[in-house]
Design a protein around this ligand. Sequence first.
Ligand code: GLC
Length: 649
Amino acid sequence: MIRAVLATLAGSALAVTLLQPTSPAAGDEPLPYQDPTQPTDVRVADLLGRMTLAEKIGQMTQAERVDIDADPSLITENRLGSVLSGGGSVPADNTPEGWADMVDRYQEAALATPLGIPLLYGVDSVHGHSNLLGATVFPHNIGLGATRDPALVEEIAHITAMETRATGPQWAFAPCVCVARDDRWGRTYESFGETPRLVISMETAIDGLQGKPGQLDRPDRVLASAKHFAGDGLTAWDTGEGDYTVDQGISQVSREEFEKLALSPYVPAVKEHHVGSIMPSFSSVDWTEDGLGNPVKMHASEELITGWLKGEQEFEGFVISDWRAIRQIPGTYAEKVEASVNAGVDMFMEPIQAPNNPTGWDEFIPTLTQLVEDGDVSMARIDDAVSRILTAKFELGLFENPMTDRTHLGKVGSKAHHQVARRAAAQSQVLLRNKQGTLPLKAKQDVYVAGSNADNIGNQAGGWTLTWQGGSTNVIPGTTILDGIEKAANGDVVFSEKATKQVPRKSVGVVVVGETPYAEGFGDVGGPQWAYDPGDNGVPRPEQTMELSDADTKAVEKVCARTVSCTVLVVSGRPMVIPPALLRQTDALVASWLPGSEGAGVADVLYGRRPFTGKLPVTWPRTVDQEPINVGDADYDPLYPYGFGLRTR
Ligand code: GLC
């Protein structure tokens, strides 16, 4: 009886007074929430009943490490439930030990609260724990989609989970289960491909990260986060000046198409793979026919988050907002918070990240507190959110083992992990053209190597590597494509990025062209100079075109005119336009995507150590004007169709 009474009083001050816990004195029985032999739902209900409103709202609040690193007691004082590393937000000592020490320092501050609720630390381990210098960096998802190998994707995700958990974070904001429909989107490379079927097949990534149900508490597993719910890859966004951009835009499809292309990946993610968290998209949906009606931000869509995801799909994990995304919801800040909490968002990524923003979580906490006190947000909604978050923390074993379990610390960046990265790079290569069996090359041949991406590990790794945007000078442990060629070739190897050196007679040519790194809207083709809704960021960005640079084009022309055979590799986050005249000059053409830290894997298929087996995960257009172009379109006339890929023995 007393439990029933207390359960009904759970959120009230009286209950708190009655139940305000003190940790049991030495030798006393542990409180139910502290007892690992109790079922999780019993532990959650017991703990919830002991929490003040401030403690509950604290659990719904996520700060960025920059906000609290100088003073972790802010975690204690504000009862913060989670901290994240945004892209590139790393400890001064960016080593495995440095990360584990950092997370443990924050954890100690969380455990110093009256209830000792452990902290959840999240990071974008989207192609390995790639903020960490020394982590194994794998091909980005678009290349993994080209492998058509779900088991490999699971293996990569497992290694990623191991290297992430061993260095502190217990939560990866991955995998993106976005279906990229417009390759002008700067996040195309974060997608496994353009069809829901291919994306769904790669959701083994969730299993690799989380393990099977009941394994989340292991030192080689992390909570996963399927993102970005939903339709992030289906958007365009008319900025009003005749411009458009893709990222964070409005889904350009009907409700029926949206269900097929955007919602369908979340059904198996929830029901089959039991993903522990889901992150909404910055984008909006607009079901009015002409698409110019009343777009609703995904972060404010009660219909889709509470109705479809938590209701129809019975999603029991928690919903984490994207980076300050609720601030793009129309209205005052209180209206933004009210709309997103009542839509079903459970935890709020509200970094301050000074000096970028004047406020963040420090504004969120009092705002939500006031909304609850005014009755605009119900305690039932708060309790639902907190219960979901606590359930994840119990299942992660954080109450029993809150500090980093460093069992696998020594395996971070191991030779064995790099061998998997090398195999993945090889399997991700898609052979698009191979005149007279140019490939595989013969080791005895002299080879002339050129192009902007032949010897640049930062470019082959792409965005989300050491820094948010990645960078051409971001050097990580591994091998470039040139390194791989030099190891594989027995003949002379000449490297000249711009093909200025003389081409020795009888050389075969390899020209590695492509993109420099970018992330999110900064990679959008076309559109205004700012990547995001000017109301929130208005950050200028570099021009992207999907076309080869002049230097790369000239390198192809020079090398292909002077060599016995000429192979062009395209290292990029999406298809690039190869003009017909240029294509005719090549003998072989390979889509290399963003192969990550092991360029040697690319050389493995170039020299026949492994066969080419990759297939296009996205349609390869003739021109940018064909975008968006996807398999199944009427009048489908690409340069190379979705699923295409030549094989070699
Ligand atoms: C970013 C991305 C999201 C990422 C989050 C945290 O804006 O949209 O994919 O997980 O912020 O870095």
